[in-house]
Structures are given as C-alpha cells and as structure tokens.
Design a protein around this ligand. Structure first.
Ligand code: DCP
Ligand code: MG
Length: 376
C-alpha cells in the first residue's frame, strides 16, 4: 500500500487558497522545472499549459515531503499528463529532457533575457526576436529601437534591477516610505505587501499599500510623496497611474485583472550603508570613476480607500497563484466575485464589507490562511 495515505491525498484541495503553503519547499527540483515550463508557455502565450504547470508547482510546494516515487503523487489534484511526464523523468533520470530542451531553446533564452528588462513584456520581446535580436547586449547596442520611458529606465538601471532586492533593503525602503508619507499624512497606514509580507527574503520589487483611516482622502498624497523624492534626488523613475475606480461597477470577473487604485511604479535610489565614497573623493584617484554608493530599487506604491483596504491587502499580498485561486474559488464554489476592491455576492446581490483579511476568508467560507502560508 502507498505510504502517502490516499486518505490524505484525497483531502488535498485543488485550490491553493485551501492549502497552507510556506516557504519550505521539499520539491524545489520539481517546482523549478515546472516554472521553467510555465514560463516557456507564457512566452508562447499558451495560457492553459502555463497555468497547468503553475498549478502543479503550487501543489508540490505545499506537499510536506519530497516526492520520490510516482506513488507519492497518486490521487493528487493539479497533475495533468504533461506534468506527470516531467515528474516521472525527474524521478528516473534526475532531470527532465523537456526542461533541458526549453533551457537550450533559442527563443526561450532570448525572451528570458528581454523580459528581464523593466518594461519589456512578451509582446515587445516577440517583436525584437523577429527582428533577429537575441541578447540584452544586442538590445543595448541597437540605437534604432524605439523604447518607452519605462524601458529606457529598465536599460539604464539593468544590473541593479536584475539583482534581487534583499529583506534588509526592503526594510530600509520601508523606513523611507513611512517617513515621507507621514510628513504629509501623519495617520496614514503604510503596509509592505507582496513577497516580503509572505516572509520572502528576496524579491524583484517592494510593494506598499497606503491608506488613510477616517474620512479624509488625499488624491494629492502620491504626487506630494514623489515630488519630495524628486527634490531629494531619490527618484530615478516614476509613473503615476490615476484611479479609474467607479463605485457602481461590479468586481471584475477576470482572474488576472489589474485593479483601479491610484498607484505609482517607481525606481528609487537607495543609498547603501557600507559603501563610503568620501575617502575615494579625497584620494589621488579622485579623477577615477566614482564608486557607486547606491542601488536602484523597484518600488510600487498603491493608494486605497480605507473601506477597500482589506481587499487590496489580500490581493497585493499574493502570491499570484494564491490570488488566482481565491478568485476562482469565489466564483466557482460560492457564486461570488472577488477582486482587489471588494467581494460581490451574486445570489444576494450585495457587496460584502470587510475590515480585515480574516473577514474576507470568513465571507468566502474559507479557513484563514496567514500571509506566510500563501506562498503557493
Ligand atoms: N498584484 C495584484 N494586482 C496587480 C499587481 C500585482 O493583485 N495589479 C498582486 C499579485 C502579486 C502581488 O500583488 O502576488 C505582488 O506582485 P509582485 O509581482 O511584486 O509579486 P511578489 O511580490 O509576490 O513577488 P516578487 O518577489 O517577485 O516581487
Ligand atoms: Mg513584489
């Protein structure tokens, strides 16, 4: 008989919002492979296969033991035929030939490089690939490419931005954001979201949610904050998106929808403590290139009305897969529509208010899942 009791296997939900997924992953060998497969399908704009591998990766991140035999995955949800083949090969050969093929694929390699540039997505990558371009170096050298303001910043700070953001850097930026916001709105609540709220030690950016308890709303806050940073010389890039929220509108049914909050995508200049420039400036080598004592960091700020804060927090904390499954669960199992602004009960035809994430899970009839257990 199987040592993974099938009674446990049968209990595993297909929805990651009904599972607790911490950062200790016993199956990294498999989940890394699945994520490469998913990314390759994303580059090919094959959403179905992409999701199949992402869901399988989430499931294996949840399993409290390393998979070593095919029996271990017996009866589990989210394991399609393609996924099963990859698992089988990794168990038997130690690696997957299909994953190796992807990693050696010219198109995958080029897209992987292109999309690592801030502001470059699959569509742009496709265009550049068709033009015969293959590497970031070739893109940088090609002066005929029409680049957006975002992409220009992406190339300018490329090295800093591809090197991940550490927890220490996230803490330093948190202080800056809190200080700046409180000079304009002393009562404002500033919360770090995204991967860092889930306990990750590394991230590709730092996400913040800002709300002001009480009646006062300040549409100018974001503008004031970035203007101050600009004056202080800390703002390397900034794109403010104004709110497009309409009160009567039903929550979006799209599973990957953007929200309508006022937000801004920035690149901040974070001065690195340990790097001291002063001694270099006074030395004989002062005519040499200065030592760079700062790092460019991607920071997102999102402003939410206080009544929608819990929904925004739940959405922006992620993970992406966890959020997708919350929405899928809400609509398929509860006839409700969830987005970053609220939850709509289609049967009762009302919006359900929530002042905390706990209340949202309760509205959905789900056990509460802590942020650090949402690493699906
Ligand atoms: N999110 C959202 N709506 C958006 C953009 C993102 O609800 N318009 C959610 C999904 C993500 C979370 O916010 O889980 C944060 O987005 P990131 O892309 O920053 O993802 P993470 O913070 O989880 O990972 P990383 O460490 O790569 O930053
Ligand atoms: Mg993030």
């Amino acid at each position: 008989e199987s040592e993974v009791p099938s009674c446990i296997a049968r209990k595993v939900s297909q929805y990651s919002c009904q599972r607790k997924t911490t950062l200790n992953n016993y199956n990294k060998k498999f989940t890394d492979a699945f994520e490469i497969m998913a990314e390759n399908y994303e580059f090919k704009e094959n959403e179905i296969f992409c999701l199949e591998f992402l869901r399988a990766a989430s499931l294996l991140k949840y399993l409290p033991f390393p998979v070593t035999r095919m029996k271990d995955i017996q009866g589990l949800p989210c394991i399609g035929d393609q996924v099963r083949d990859v698992i089988e090969e990794i168990i038997e050969e130690g690696e997957s030939s299909r994953v190796k093929e992807v990693l050696n694929d010219e198109r995958y390699k080029a897209f992987k490089q292109f999309t690592s540039v801030f502001g470059v997505g699959v569509k742009t990558s496709e265009k550049w690939y068709r033009m015969g371009l293959r590497t970031v170096e070739e893109l940088k050298a090609d002066k005929t490419l029409k680049l957006s303001k975002m992409q220009k910043a992406g190339f300018l700070y490329y090295e800093d931005l591809v090197s991940c953001v550490s927890k220490a850097e996230a803490d330093a930026v948190t202080l800056i954001v809190k200080n700046t916001v409180s000079t304009f709105l002393p009562d404002a609540l500033v919360t770090i979201t995204g991967g860092f709220r889930r306990g990750k030690k590394m991230g590709h950016d730092i996400d913040f949610l800002i709300t002001n308890p009480g009646p006062r709303e300040d549409d100018e806050l974001l503008h004031k904050v970035v203007d101050l940073w600009k004056k202080q010389g800390l703002l390397l890039y900034c794109d403010i998106i104004e709110s497009t929220f309409v009160e009567e509108q039903l929550p979006s049914r799209k599973v990957d929808a953007m929200d309508n909050f006022q937000k801004c995508f920035t690149i901040l200049k974070l001065y690195q403590p340990g790097v001291d420039n002063s001694s270099y400036n006074t030395s004989k080598k002062s005519d040499m290139a200065e030592i760079k004592d700062w790092k460019a960091i991607r920071v997102d700020l999102v402003i939410t009305p206080f009544e929608q804060y819990a929904y925004a927090l739940l959405g922006w904390t992620g993970s992406r897969e966890f959020g997708r499954d919350l929405r899928r669960y809400a609509s398929h199992e509860r006839k409700m529509i969830l987005d970053n602004h609220g939850l709509y009960d289609r049967r009762k035809r009302i919006f359900l208010k929530a002042g905390s994430e706990e209340e949202i899970f309760a509205h959905l009839g789900l056990d509460y899942v802590e942020p650090w257990e949402r690493n699906a």
